[in-house]
Every structure is written in structure tokens, then in C-alpha cells.
Design a protein around this ligand. Structure first.
Ligand code: BJW
Length: 249
């Protein structure tokens, strides 16, 4: 079984053997991996999209129409993210260990805008939908750290006259970040593992099909089968904090 195969390669004691035989692994994560850390997912019955209309808070048009509402939506989520009770869980920690073992044969592509992967110890992380704790200039695109609630009047330091700042978030209709790097890693991957994502949002939901076309072994780890579950060769249902450590350790 593939699960045992990945496990036995990773548990090899000898570094040289590992370096030559380690598979290259691309992991795609979604909101489900952070659910047990206390961050709401989007599409659950108690999810973020139950309380907010997507068009109002997660589109460029929504921001243009009501920047106050959009800034308030993201500021509330930022305040939650930096609160002391929000911590990486065992699934995040297992991925940090996997990166330790695989080094540059590992890439973590996350749709999540939280920083829990980094806080667990991952360094090779692409935030394809942006980052909650960053803001960027609406004109130059220059990215800065979020340093407290962003008011609609806040302006950048890069333009003259200074321009409004916006959340560093990829909204619907906007191009996800670092797509070239992601596509290349998927083309070279031996394993493609999707964790905690519903498969509703493209292009991320289409990665499994590309990975398979390029010959990767594809694995879904999710609470329930996703919208694109049929595209995966191997599936394990359960809580991320249980199935992720079980699968990769
Ligand atoms: C657990 C668990 C536990 C729970 N353990 N599991 C092709 C076809 C149709 C439409 C399109 C298409 N290509 C593009 C589109 C348009 C659009 C799109 O996909 N629309 C669909 C809704 C149909 N895509 C876009 O607009 C994207 N841009 C784009 O394609 O640009 C192309 C372009 C071309 C040319 C010019 C310009 C552009 C951008 C998408 C941006 C997504 N943004 C959001 C919000 C922003 C961030 C924020 O505010 O936080 O990103 S939407 C939201 O959904 C967020 C997420 O990253 C994303 C994915 O959600 P995710 O992570 O899957 O969460 P959930 O809640 O859906 O699922 C959680 C899962 O976890 C569930 O399955 C649970 O069961 C599970 N779970 N607890 C394990 N403990």
C-alpha cells in the first residue's frame, strides 16, 4: 500500500539513502487543517460564508463599494489569529516534520491566509490566496506587515500621493499568487496530498488533475469527501489532527 511506502521511505535512517530516494511531495492545504486550531472554515454550516456574502467581502467590487466593511471583516479575523488561544495543531506539526525530512523535495501550497504553517515550523510555504497579517498598496502592489487595525484612511509610503492600502488577500476574480512555481512543483511531484479543502475553489481544486496527468500519486485527507474526491487515487476521511500524522509519520 502506498501509505506504507511513503512511511517506510521517510523512516529510513541513512541521510544519503534519503537524499537519493526521497519522493518529491507537494501538499495543498485548505481551511480544514486549521479548523481544530479554532479558525472557522468557509463552507461549513457555521462557516464564514454563512455570516458574510462572498460578493461583499471577498471580491474587488465589494472592496470598492464598501472598504470599511471589508477592512472590518479582515481586522476581526486578524485579531482572532493573533490571540493566544490560536495555535498550530498536530496536523500542522506533522507537515513541519515532513519538510524537515524532505528538504527541498517538499513544497507546501496553502490556500489558507493564517500563519499556522509557519508557526509550526514550515518554511517552504506558498500562500496562494495571500496572507491575513499582510497588507498591500492598491497602486504599486508593494506588500507590508499589518501593524494593527487598518483604517480606510491608511495610506502607503511608496506612492506620491500616498494610496490606500488593502488586505493582501486574493479575492474572487483575482489571480492566485506564485502560480508558475506551483505548476512547476506539481509537474515534478511524486506525491500530491490535499488536506482539509472542499474542492470548490479553482484553480486549487484543479491541481489534483494536473498532478495525476504528470504521474503523481494523489491523496486526499479530509473530514469528508471533497467536490473533487473522485480525482484522487487514495482517500482517508477524518480529522486532520489524526489522519495527517497517521498518513505521513
Ligand atoms: C476538515 C476539518 C478537520 C473541516 N479536519 N478536514 C473554474 C471553474 C469555475 C469557476 C472558476 C474556475 N476557475 C476560476 C474560477 C473562479 C473562482 C472560483 O473558483 N469560483 C468557484 C467558487 C466556482 N476562482 C477565482 O476567482 C480565483 N482566481 C482565479 O481563478 O483567477 C483566474 C484569473 C484569470 C485571469 C484574470 C484574473 C483571474 C481566486 C480564488 C480566491 C479564493 N479566495 C478565498 C477568500 C479569500 C481569503 C479569505 O478571505 O480568507 O479563499 S475563497 C475561500 O475559499 C478562501 C479559501 O482559501 C478558499 C478555499 O476554501 P477551503 O480552504 O477549501 O475551505 P472550505 O471551507 O470550502 O472547506 C473546508 C474543508 O475542510 C471541508 O471539505 C471540510 O469537510 C474540511 N474540514 N474540518 C479535516 N478538522
Amino acid at each position: 500500500q502506498r501509505m506504507r511506502y511513503l512511511h517506510s521511505i521517510l523512516s529510513s535512517a541513512c541521510d544519503e539513502v534519503k537524499a537519493s530516494h526521497n519522493p518529491s511531495v507537494v501538499v495543498l492545504t485548505g481551511a480544514g487543517i486549521s479548523a481544530e486550531s479554532g479558525i472557522r472554515t468557509f463552507r461549513a454550516s457555521d462557516g464564514l460564508w454563512e455570516d458574510h456574502r462572498i460578493e461583499d467581502v471577498a471580491t474587488p467590487e465589494g472592496f470598492e463599494a464598501n472598504p470599511e466593511l471589508v477592512q472590518a471583516f479582515y481586522n476581526a479575523r486578524r485579531r482572532q489569529l493573533i490571540s493566544p488561544e490560536i495555535l498550530p495543531n498536530d496536523a500542522h506539526k506533522a507537515l513541519a516534520k515532513l519538510e524537515d525530512l524532505l528538504g527541498n523535495k517538499f513544497l507546501l501550497v496553502t490556500q489558507n491566509v493564517d500563519n499556522l504553517h509557519e508557526r509550526a515550523g514550515n518554511m517552504r510555504v506558498i500562500h496562494m490566496h495571500g496572507e491575513l497579517l499582510k497588507i498591500r498598496c492598491t497602486r504599486s502592489g508593494k506588500v507590508a506587515e499589518w501593524k494593527g487595525d487598518l483604517s480606510v484612511n491608511e495610506r502607503c509610503y511608496c506612492c506620491e500621493p500616498p494610496q490606500p492600502m488593502r488586505p493582501h488577500i486574493v479575492w474572487f476574480g483575482e489571480m492566485p499568487l506564485e502560480m508558475d512555481k506551483i505548476s512547476q512543483a506539481i509537474a515534478e511531484a511524486d506525491y500530491f496530498i490535499a488536506i482539509g479543502t472542499s474542492g470548490h475553489v479553482y484553480p486549487a481544486a484543479g491541481f489534483v488533475r494536473s498532478a495525476r496527468l504528470y504521474g503523481a500519486h494523489t491523496v486526499e485527507l479530509n473530514l469528508e469527501p471533497s467536490q473533487v474526491a473522485n480525482s484522487f487515487e487514495e482517500k482517508h476521511c477524518g480529522l486532520a489532527s489524526q489522519v495527517v500524522p497517521e498518513y505521513i509519520q
